[in-house]
Design a protein around this ligand. Sequence first.
Ligand code: ATP
Ligand code: MG
Length: 715
Amino acid sequence: PAGWSPAYLDALNPAQREAVESLDGPVLVLAGAGTGKTRALTTRLAHLLMTRRVSPWNILAVTFTNKAAREMRERVGALMGTDTEGWWMGTFHALAARILRRHAELVGLTSSFTILDTDDQLRLLKQLMEAEGVDSKKWPARLLLSVIERWKDRALPPDRLRPEDAGEAAGGKVLTLYRQYQDRLRTLNACDFGDLLMHNITLFQAHADVLADYHRRFRYILVDEYQDTNVAQYLWLRLLAQGHHNICCVGDDDQSIYGWRGAEVGNILRFEQDFPGAKVIRLEQNYRSTGHILGAAAGVIAHNQGRLGKTLWTEAEGGEKVRLRGLWDADSEARWVGDEVEALQRKGTSLDQMAVLVRAGFQTREFEERFITLGLPYRVVGGQRFYERLEIRDAMAYLRVVAQPADDLAFERIINTPKRGIGPATIQQLYQTSRALGVPLLEATWRLTETDELKPKVRGTLRGLVEDFARWRAQMDTARHTDLAQSILDESGYTRMWQEDKTPEAPGRLENLKELVNAMGEFENLLGFLEHVSLVMENAETVDSAQVSLMTLHGAKGLEFDVVFLPGWEEGVFPSQRTLDENGIAGLEEERRLAYVGITRGRKRVYISHAANRRIHGTWSTSLPSRFIGELPDEHIAVENDPGLTSGHWGQGMAGGDGGYGRGGSSWGARSDNFSDSFNRMGRQAPAGNRTSRLIEGTALDVTPRARPDAPFRP
Ligand code: ATP
Ligand code: MG
């Protein structure tokens, strides 16, 4: 009856209702953060079902993450009171895989095809490179793989490319390799992630009947976070929407933050051309944040050129101003965040409602350690805890073997990392010797290299490794531990392994390794540091209670929290120097959108901070506050700088170490009794350039005072 509408529609404002009720034809909801785009999209889905327009199988709903898909499922499931099993709701990858399984034969696969991970992809590509005589030193497989993946992001199979598109990579052979790689995948009945969408597109283009079938099926298409789609995703959506044209996309050009992964903000800007007759709906009321938070976010994003520009307002009170704080150093920053979290918790805010959002993964470390010290439960969302990360575990294994040569587990972990051609059979042999002689694995390795039981090549490699460890161990008493750690990572080839790695994760891993060395600088020596880490790890049990979330800004897209901490707003960190170097002004604008995403995650309180000094490789360097800080409008921020800046807070901070460093006689400190003297001697005799001379002059360096920041603080 007229005038009557169901409760779920009454919970929306008129513009949102329009987005929900404009069911026919293309619709774009283009609106700022927190205006209820995701809510409108979910309600639209429910509305389609409630009004019995279509059955669940007729709707395709695409979200950016599996988590978002799950949330949508839960919300709609609750609204409808039904099970959502089998509905077409998920990420691009998940949905494309499901479609591909149903028609795999048409692209030369069978429905049981496997999806390869990066390791498999690389192994395969390397085999092909070898056969083609491509020098993998000059052209690392990872680099070539990323060239191939970029083509796949743009839905370009080998036959759509011309030789001139391929350029000089791999001596002009990259296109040949791409073709062979695709052939091999077919033979293996496998595909990689990029293939999922690309095969879908090929399939739809070559088989009109199949596409027509999906047109009949998917009468409504819903897409969240449309600003972050890449070319392949866009083409896929366009093909599927050709049938009914009932496609509804929601997004915010100001939140496009995946340009570095091939996303094209142009997709959202071109929507009206791509989908003629599109209705564009703008939402302007923000339901998430207070006036001051919105004002701060708007002030920053206004500095970007070429935006569509949007109005945002809120009925919420002005609330608290965004708190901006300058601190002496990273340590005090983590303390400050920890103290504020505790204070808010005491006043009744749940830890679940607090998040620390960082620009890069390595930055979580300071906060993790602080939270562990305070006993505050936390989780690292979309990533691992710092000391559990692969590269950190590897690096720690090297350090453990140096400190404690009987640590067989650590030695086994890195004996072939980076790859040294030591296979499982050799490792077996080492273990047998170790058991037979009753000595640790490292010593067994050394003993074996004294015999001729090993193949000469393996023997030489292992000999070199044992000598390296002996040399590093000898340096333990003389070299500064941070320098030693750096040498170990460099001389072992571990750093190089990640430098040559061209996967998107590699730069982050290198940053984590640097951060590890930085972290060591807070301790007097290696043993103290190792002990600290083992204690930290022990306390890091997972709990069921509420937890503070730690995550990257990228990972926080679409989420909201009562309280958001945005630390590390310093030039070079945020905006990230790497992005500025690689992408210039476009990179800067993407960083600024990231700042906008960060601020707009907060509902009630946002804290922004920057440290004046950071330790980089054991030495202090000064940082300038981020340019984005200067862009925050005065009327929306409350500035409070570290009082310690003028009152000697620094010295206090240094003395208050709570990590238990420098303690002797710990399990880490105890040297193995089994460890043979000759091994120690070998290290001292090993020629190691100027390291030997340092060793001769060497005195215990543990008393070295830590460097003090002397650079002036700039507010
Ligand atoms: P983002 O751009 O960050 O993804 P969004 O536009 O998708 O944001 P939502 O997450 O859908 O915004 O909504 C933000 C918050 O506002 C949510 O807590 C949501 O429940 C609430 N909200 C949305 N619309 C309304 C409304 N009409 N009345 C009350 N609350 C609303
Ligand atoms: Mg959203």
